[in-house]
Design a protein around this ligand. Structure first.
Ligand code: SF4
Ligand code: SF4
Length: 461
């Protein structure tokens, strides 16, 4: 008999153990006696019949390692088939310029020499020609258009944005706009004109007024809370879908309850077209240029302290924005997908094609403006550079050696490709999130204890 490699065990205060099976999605609480029974059975002794049968049916125990590998391979193959219908995001950055000076901005802090070009109408035409070619290359996929930056909704980009939205309509592409929100009011006529094509706008609010203003001032140092909050009000009033992003780190995590109050006092949480998610601030380059960036475990501990004090905050913000723990909490039934994470993000299966104003194409929105990470170009002619694409595409827990046998592999997916590639000359390998084991331990001991009590978790076959 063989015990799965994808098993995460957590001893809890009662002397029991939480067992989490990252591959099958099962989670169980075992007493000391049961753990001892399993260990004896693994050592070849008889006994524990019904317990052993249950653990087999929940994917913890196999006849041998080859049996587990064959289940793993089935899931990878299933995942490969699913990619044919996956959504591919065709993203346009009309400019890398921005009218805010956020204290943690990855684009401007880590890359102060970003290209200064701004797209013109000619560039937009080239981008859409390139996107048509991409769609012909991968005809079975579904496509959506994203507007990203810098800040896409600025006075200087109005004409170009208007043209992009018209082309999106002509190409029947649903649109997602990622904006800091400060110019939404002046863009309203354009947004309303294209309302039926706009799937959602993502705006960012980092806390109650003084917290947000300190973290996300404009270029003149003035606060932007009022403009963003007014933008959310007006978009919801117009029935447009708003995704509110909260960039969270150790500098603002304690302020979430006050932000939750803002969200409920303004009636946003009542609106069906409103959703909200946390995004931990990251320093993928490890440059140290971004302050307050926590390991996921430290952020999680702080977050659970906040959620224990304010259950309302947990209802509003949840955990789904946290890469590994979001996957884990989805697995335990708090929403989202419960499929194993064979790859880390869309960048690993050609799910992003990001066009920058300098004429280059990128596989990941955070890689924009770094020509050494470009995977092709859309002008003067459309080109894809296979050698540059290779490290991004097909990167998953089956293709990365270290991930194939990693216990948390199906929760992690192999880690962020950008973090493994950027600023390094070595062959990109796995990109293990710092403190992941500790973060899982925090999660299992503080949340999963309740989640697995009497809960029937669906087990993948
Ligand atoms: S990146 Fe690291 S933590 Fe993630 S699956 Fe690979 S080896 Fe495991
Ligand atoms: S590669 Fe990393 S930075 Fe890029 S989209 Fe994926 S998770 Fe985000």
């Amino acid at each position: 008999m063989y015990l799965t490699k994808r098993l995460i065990r957590e001893h809890i205060a009662t002397g029991e153990e939480i067992w989490l099976n990252a591959l099958s999605g099962a989670i169980d609480k075992l007493s000391e006696v049961e753990v001892a029974l399993v260990e004896r059975s693994l050592g070849g002794q008889r006994g524990g019949g019904s317990l052993i049968a249950r653990l087999r049916s929940r994917g913890y125990l196999f006849d041998n390692a080859a049996d587990e590998q064959s289940r793993f391979r089935r899931l990878v193959a299933e995942f490969g088939r699913e990619q044919h219908g996956a959504v591919t995001h065709l993203v346009i950055c009309p400019t890398y310029a921005c009218n805010l000076r956020c204290v943690y901005c990855f684009e401007h802090r880590s890359h102060p020499n970003l290209p200064r070009e701004m797209m013109d109408i000619d560039a937009v035409n080239h981008v859409f020609d390139a996107f048509s070619r991409i769609r012909r290359l991968y005809p079975s996929r579904n496509y959506a258009l994203g507007l990203f930056g810098g800040e896409p909704l600025m006075t200087s980009t109005r004409f170009v944005v208007s043209r992009i939205l018209s082309r999106a309509r002509k190409n029947r592409l649903p649109v997602m706009i990622v904006t800091n929100g400060v110019s939404v009011a002046s863009y309203l006529p354009i947004l309303e004109e294209h309302q039926s094509d706009i799937q959602a706008l993502q705006l960012t609010l980092d806390g109650p007024e003084e917290v947000h203003n300190q973290r996300r001032p404009d270029a003149a140092g003035r606060g932007t809370f009022d403009a963003v909050a007014a933008a959310v009000d007006i978009l919801l009033e117009k029935n447009m879908h708003v995704v509110l992003r909260v960039n969270v780190d150790l500098g603002n995590v304690d302020e979430l309850p006050r932000l939750a109050k803002v969200i409920s006092n303004r009636g946003w949480s009542e609106a069906s077209s409103f959703s909200c998610s946390l995004a931990p601030v990251k320093d993928h380059l490890g440059s140290g240029a971004i302050p307050n960036v926590p390991a996921e475990a430290d952020l999680l501990s702080a977050l659970f302290d906040v959620y224990d004090r304010s259950p309302e905050s947990e209802k509003i913000f949840g955990l789904k924005g946290l890469q590994v723990l979001g996957q884990l909490s989805a697995l335990l039934g708090s929403g989202g997908s419960s499929r194993p994470k064979i790859y880390h993000c869309e960048a690993n299966h050609g799910g992003f094609w990001v066009a920058g104003p300098e004429g280059l194409l990128y596989a990941c929105p955070e890689a924009v403006g770094q020509p050494d990470l470009a995977i092709g170009r859309y002008t003067p002619a459309f080109e894809v550079w296979p050698q540059r694409m290779e490290p991004w595409m097909g990167r998953n827990i089956n293709t990365l050696n270290a991930c194939r046998s990693c216990e948390v592999g199906p929760l992690c997916g192999g880690g962020c490709a950008y973090a493994s590639l950027a600023g390094k000359n070595t062959t990109p390998g796995p990109s293990c999130a710092a403190g992941l084991a500790r973060a899982l331990s925090v999660y299992l001991s503080r949340r999963a204890v309740q989640s697995c009590q009497g809960k029937k978790v669906r087990v993948r076959s």
